[in-house]
Each structure stands twice: as structure tokens, then as C-alpha cells.
Design a protein. Structure first.
Length: 201
């Protein structure tokens, strides 16, 4: 069954989160899996068990308590978000395997730009020389996943300095535009999508 890809542009976090929950609750065994590709206006999100003390100086950026895994992260324009609405039971994989496949997709994409990256067993996400370039936060309900990944491409990284990213004090973040020449944001999106499809189908 082919993946359905929805390119949603710039969308408010809370609205998309509610749509993901609704989609997951209403889907059946016959529902196609979907990838939602989008960006969010500036927002801090806390995972289900996220600790508010990791948000140091939010200033005027809203904070939303979410139901995904993981701690706190920042979303803003210039970051690629992909939400993975997948039937893991049908795919016959668990959440750890899904995390690995998403991480591998991002690592392969970065490799296309000559950037060497790696994953860490102790902290999901993708790193370049110890600096985080992509965050993962997933939720699985009745064998079906939602939420997904956030890849820093060409954005204002300043708001990350006002949190402990993913709950790690002093964790540095980076983005693709600081590591490689990017001529077109949309090209990066399409390349990432291509790698995700290879990993997920």
C-alpha cells in the first residue's frame, strides 16, 4: 500500500497535533499510511513526561504540553517537520525499528550534502560532531504511530539556547545551512522524503 504524502506548508502546532490524534483514532486496518511534511511557527513543545525546568527562558514563544515521547524541543520556520502516521502492526516493526529507520533516512540525506552524521543509542535523534541537527519524538497508540521528526535546515537557532534541548543541559544544536550549501529548501524536503520512502516501504 503506497504512502500518502501531504505537504501542508506552515501550520500551527496545536491544530496539526489534534488532526494527528483524530486521524490515528479513526483509522482502520485498510487506512493508507501517511507522511505529513510541514513547518511550524515558533513554539516550544514538551513531551508527555517532559520536565518544565528544561525550559529556561521562553520569553514570548508559546509552550505546548504534547503527548509525544521525549523532552523539550523548539520548532520554527526553516525546520522540516515530518509526521509519520504509520500502522506499525501492519509493517511488522516496533517503535525502536521505526526510530532507526527515520534516523537512517536523515543520515543518508545529510550524506547527500557531504555531511557525516550519526545516531546515538542513549538519545534518539541525529548528531553532527556531537551537535544535534534532528530531533525525534513519537507516540504509538494501538500499534499506530504519530508525531515524528524535526530537521534543522535553515532557521533561527537562537531559541534553542533558551532551553535544554531534549533535556540535555548545554547540548549544542546545528543546522544543514551551517554545514553545506543549500540552494533550495524544497529540494531538501524532497530528498528527505525520498529517503524516508525507501526506509519505510
Amino acid at each position: 500500500m503506497a504512502l500518502l504524502v501531504r505537504e501542508l506548508g506552515l501550520q500551527p502546532y496545536e491544530q496539526v497535533w489534534q488532526s494527528m490524534q483524530l486521524f490515528t483514532d479513526q483509522r482502520s486496518d485498510a487506512t493508507r499510511d501517511e507522511l505529513w511534511m510541514l513547518q511550524h511557527p515558533p513554539v516550544y513543545t514538551l513531551g508527555k513526561n517532559g520536565k518544565p525546568e528544561h525550559i529556561l527562558h521562553p520569553r514570548d514563544i508559546p509552550i505546548i504540553q504534547s503527548d509525544r515521547g521525549g523532552q523539550v524541543t523548539y520548532h520554527g520556520p526553516g525546520q522540516i517537520i515530518v509526521y509519520t502516521l504509520l500502522d506499525l502492526s501492519r509493517m511488522k516493526i516496533g517503535v525502536r525499528e521505526l526510530v532507526t529507520r527515520i534516523e537512517n533516512s536523515i543520515i543518508k540525506l545529510l550524506g547527500d550534502y557531504g555531511v557525516r552524521a550519526n545516531a546515538r543509542k542513549d538519545a534518539p535523534g541525529v548528531y553532527v560532531d556531537g551537535r544535534k541537527i534532528a530531533a525525534l519524538g513519537l507516540r504509538v497508540r494501538k500499534g499506530r504511530s504519530f508525531h515524528g521528526l524535526a530537521l534543522n535546515v535553515d532557521m533561527n537557532l537562537g531559541p534553542f539556547s533558551r532551553i535544554n534541548p531534549c533535556g540535555y543541559q548545554g547540548l549544542e544544536v546545528t543546522q544543514l545551512s551551517a554545514l553545506a550549501d543549500i540552494t533550495d529548501f524544497n529540494d531538501v524536503e524532497q530528498q528527505l522524503l525520498s529517503h524516508l520512502k525507501r526506509q519505510l516501504l
